[in-house]
Design a protein around this ligand. Structure first.
Ligand code: IPM
Ligand code: MG
Length: 360
């Protein structure tokens, strides 16, 4: 029997609740596909900081590296918001995981389930059938660039510094992912940067153009300024197929697009490196306001696990099956964030039940 080593990092807030539903789906897959998951669990984020004084310990990192796939919940919460020590914040644990595993390619699908088109903040006709894939650079840019810090100015006052920095190689490797993905989809890439004001954006545009001409001229490439991209996303989102962008713009644009799909609670993501395990996590945060109440939507986490099946565990069929089950379950049961008249309102476990029932 094939055994897959999967590390679960539930994290903070609603993380443990939604991950419990992922575990149930994993159990179903074991039975249905004759595989076994060797599951280990670790701490990340605020919960790890409370226990070990650090948001991600060396031990947990080593265990994560030794697995086939890592499925994370979410990190952060108001109790850690005041910490100015950046490397102790919950988010630092996640950033360390991304950086240490060199997970440079963040895939964020923003698809609108037909059942949810009316839950979007845009009218149904703009979002029904929406299917965008963000390819966000995740291991570079202003998130990690040096110099950084807060310094005293010689004449008094202080300055906060972050550096946007991209090498040609970093740009090329993420652009390649975007073009490859577009080939399997609708053959269109929008590359978003701010070449009009940033040298890093100009280099981005030049390198993407060169790679496109040399190897991917069968794919259609459009360059778009990131601010215009934000506007187009709310004006006419269905014009997009793949959106290639950097770490910071990708963070912003993918949140905006997520909202178009009806709920942030629906969207999964995959972060891939050049070998080693991928990291799979919902796009949403830890939702501390509803944590512990059993009402959080577990779908983004379950769909993240489906991406793990597809990209790290070579179980594309099982991924299709889980995605179809989620889509079908939405016809009957809905958690509060996506609830509408005529549907049964369920909690986290109830949503899991509905999905498992559809799986059969
Ligand atoms: C995301 C999150 C993270 C980011 C935070 C939690 C560090 O917003 O994955 O989009 O900014 O990348
Ligand atoms: Mg974000």
């Amino acid at each position: 029997m094939t055994t897959h080593k999967v590390m679960l990092l539930p994290g903070d807030g609603i993380g443990p609740e939604i991950m419990a539903e992922v575990r149930r789906v994993m159990g179903w897959i074991e039975g249905a596909y004759g595989v076994s998951f060797d599951v280990s669990e670790g701490l990340i984020g605020g919960c790890s900081y409370e226990k070990f004084g650090h948001p991600l310990t060396d031990d947990t990192l080593a265990q994560a590296k030794a697995s086939d796939a890592i499925v994370m919940g979410c990190v952060g919460g108001p109790q850690w918001d005041g910490k100015t020590d950046y490397d102790k914040r919950p988010e630092a644990g996640l950033l360390r995981l991304r950086k240490d595993l060199d997970l440079f390619a963040n895939l964020r699908p923003a698809m609108c389930f037909d059942a949810l088109a009316d839950a979007s903040s845009l009218k149904r006709e703009y979002v029904a059938g929406l299917d965008i894939l963000f390819v966000r650079e995740l291991a570079g840019g202003v998130y990690f660039g040096e110099p950084r810090g807060i310094e005293d100015l010689p004449g008094g006052g202080r300055v906060g510094i972050n550096t946007q920095r991209y090498t040609d190689q970093e740009i090329i490797r993420i652009a390649r992912v975007a073009f490859e993905m577009a080939r399997k989809r609708n053959g269109l890439v929008h590359s978003a940067e701010k070449a009009n004001v940033m040298e890093s954006g100009l280099l981005w545009r030049e390198e993407v153009t060169k790679l496109h001409a040399a190897e991917y001229s069968d794919v259609k490439l459009e360059h778009i300024l990131a601010d215009n991209c934000a506007m187009q996303l709310v004006k006419n989102p269905k014009q997009f197929d793949v959106i290639l962008t950097d770490n910071l713009f990708g963070d912003l644009l993918s949140d905006a697009a997520a909202m178009l799909t009806g709920s942030l609670g629906m969207l999964p993501s995959a972060s891939l490196g050049s070998g080693g395990p991928g990291l799979y996590e919902p796009v949403h945060g830890s939702a501390p306001d509803i944590a512990g109440q059993g009402i959080a939507n577990p779908i983004a986490a379950i769909l993240s696990f489906a991406m793990a099946l597809r990209y790290s565990l070579d179980m594309g069929d099982a991924a299709d099956k889980v995605e179809a089950a989620v889509s079908k379950a939405l016809d009957s049961a809905r958690t509060g964030d996506i609830w509408a008249d005529g549907f049964e309102k369920v909690g986290t476990t109830g949503m899991g039940d509905a999905i498992l029932k559809t799986l059969g």
